[in-house]
Ligand binder design. Structure first.
Ligand SMILES: [Zn+2]
Ligand SMILES: [Zn+2]
Length: 351
């Protein structure tokens, strides 16, 4: 990635201009940066941000200038089949685009050429111009660097537990992968009252973080008998296995860790043509596999609740965030992510 100077258009009727305070580095950005998932270029990545509203369009009623907000890539239209049945995260957000004839949101200052916005956000920038349904107002007391990571990793991990698994207190959970999403999943499982929380990761330092966030047991995910260890610890397997890595082997581990009647929820971005499957024996044992796009969030309700969990000391964002770096060091941040050793890096902008 290079750093360049861009011009940002004025807010359209339903748009909000936000001064970005912080933006987390998410593994999904890396899929677009390294080209394994396609996106039109040039573009500005970044989708896990918090900031302060600087200006609003004429029709905006949900936020006002000066509000602290968290952005979310699950922009919703509010009136499609998915929205009116409460499944906002599935909305394709057709009308969140600017509409025909409108100038592009982002252009290069040097030659006026269009720069593509990624996921309607493009948050690795001091300013974001986004649809009002792509952000939500939060408690102004909330520190914005910690609020940022709620926008993707924490919403996804917590949503997997609360919305997709619908965990009942006492049920057992295995979380495969202890990056930002996995750690948020573990923390949410503790908040939801999970009986036993088993975290699987190949790296000892990540297993240590998992214990801090609420894991009751940790195992080395790369051990050949990882699934057997989980089945033994839980005397038959877990009720819920949540995959938060995006590697085929971790999907297989999630399925193999299930007890009879258990459900595996796959959050990670695997190679697009990869299949995660159940055997006939798994099906006869009433096992299930499901996706949970962005934790099946209803983010305008859930992000303020997650902020509240942080303020009350239930959600441990301080442990999830490994480092704060300036925009100039963004490529180093992604290099470290590729090595897999830290939890979450957050870009912090000067205010
Ligand atoms: Zn993300
Ligand atoms: Zn919709």
């Amino acid at each position: 990635m290079i750093i360049d100077r861009l011009a940002v258009s004025n807010p359209g009727p339903h748009e909000v201009l936000i001064r970005t305070a912080a933006c987390g580095l998410c593994h999904s950005d890396l899929h677009f940066i390294d080209g394994s998932y396609p996106h039109p270029l040039p573009c500005v990545p970044g989708h896990e941000a918090a900031g302060i509203v600087e200006a609003v369009g004429s029709e905006v009623r949900t936020v006002k200038v000066g509000d602290a907000v968290v952005s979310c890539l699950s922009a919703f239209c509010g009136h499609c089949e998915f929205c009116v049945t409460g499944r906002l995260a599935l909305c394709l957000g057709a009308d969140t685009r600017r509409g025909p004839g409108a100038p592009p949101r982002l252009t290069r200052k040097s030659d006026g050429s269009t720069v593509n916005q990624m996921l309607n956000l493009s948050a690795f920038a001091e300013m974001m111009l986004i649809h009002e349904h792509a952000c939500t107002r939060i408690d102004p007391e909330m520190p914005l660097d910690r609020a940022a990571v709620i926008g993707c990793a924490v919403t996804t991990g917590a949503g997997a537990v609360f919305n997709a698994a619908k965990l009942t207190p006492g049920e057992t959970v295995a979380v495969v992968g202890c990056g930002g999403v996995g750690l948020a999943t573990i923390n949410a499982a503790r908040i939801a009252g999970a009986g036993r929380i088993i975290a699987a990761d190949p790296l000892p330092e990540k297993r240590e973080l998992a214990m801090k966030l609420g894991a009751t047991d940790v195992i080395d995910a790369s051990a050949p008998d990882a699934a057997r260890q989980i089945v033994e610890l839980t005397k038959g397997g877990v009720d819920h296995a949540i995959e938060a890595v995006g590697r085929p082997a971790s999907g297989d581990l999630a399925v193999a860790a299930l007890r009879r009647g258990g459900t595996a929820t796959i959050l990670g971005m695997m190679p697009l043509n990869h299949k995660v499957g159940l055997s006939a024996m798994d099906l006869l044992s009433d096992k299930k596999v499901q996706g949970a796009l962005m934790g099946r969030n209803r983010f305008p309700v859930e992000i303020p609740r997650l902020v509240d969990f942080y303020m009350r000391g239930l959600l441990d964002l301080d442990t999830i965030i490994a480092e704060r770096i300036p925009l100039e060091r963004i490529n180093e941040g992604f290099d470290r992510m590729k090595q897999g050793h830290s939890a979450r890096s957050v870009i912090v902008f000067d205010q």
